[in-house]
Design a protein around this ligand. Structure first.
Ligand SMILES: [Mg+2]
Length: 223
């Protein structure tokens, strides 16, 4: 079971986007049109390249400074998410507890966040430790390649890559459904983020939920 982070497990109330914008401003002197930009479902490197492209900076000018942007971002994210800034979405804690107690079920992440960014967000939410493996935006800019990355990690960790529909990708954006399909995995879409139920339904996910509250979410995820 591979969970997306933002809009699926937690909400940072826009604080993470603002932290990245501030890091872009510091590195490039502009954050581009970040307030109207659609972050949902995109990997962190993809967001950086797209926003800077919209600000007129070619990829070749952005790429060498990507590590600096991410370093600035992580510092700002840590500050922005101190206290009670991260909201755990409805049903998430209960669902994860149920899944953790279900024989044969293993939990991982599939997220566009860079790995340390996901750790900061989940740590602030008290959800760190729930996921044994992850595939991240720091592994590949292209989310459609991340199911394969997660399967490699699952094979290393559990000795099983969970082929075909034994891998389930749970996420709130079109890109989550698309990457499940690209990776030959089962897709469970949840309309708890920025993408509404109708938009998600039009993509034909294998299951569609309003929230991750059990028992409906447990039934949908276990198929
Ligand atoms: Mg998301």
């Amino acid at each position: 079971m591979l969970f997306d982070v933002d809009g699926t497990l937690v909400s940072t109330g826009g604080r993470a986007g603002a932290a990245l914008a501030s890091a872009l401003e510091e590195t490039f002197g502009t954050a581009g049109p970040w307030e109207s930009f659609r972050y949902s479902g995109k990997t962190d490197p993809q967001i950086v390249f797209e926003l800077m492209g919209l600000a007129g900076l070619p990829r070749s000018a952005v790429e060498p400074r990507l590590p600096a942007v991410i370093a600035h971002y992580l510092g700002r994210l840590r500050d922005a998410l101190s206290g009670d800034a991260v909201q755990v979405l409805p049903g998430v804690r209960e669902l994860l507890a149920e899944l953790a107690g279900t024989p044969g079920v293993h939990l991982g992440l599939l997220t566009g966040n860079v790995a340390p960014g996901a750790a900061i967000k989940l740590g602030a939410a008290g959800l760190d430790g729930a996921f044994a493996i992850g595939a991240y935006g720091s592994d590949d800019e292209d989310r459609n390649k991340l199911v394969a990355v997660a399967r490699d990690r699952a094979r290393e960790h559990w000795g099983d890559e969970f082929a075909g529909f034994r891998t389930v990708v749970i996420g709130d954006a079109e890109a989550d459904v698309a990457c499940a399909r690209a990776g030959g995995a089962r897709s469970v879409a949840v309309a708890s983020g920025w993408t509404n139920r109708g938009q998600l339904a039009s993509l034909g996910p294998d299951a569609l939920l309003d929230t991750l509250e059990p028992p409906a979410a447990l039934a949908a995820i276990l198929g």
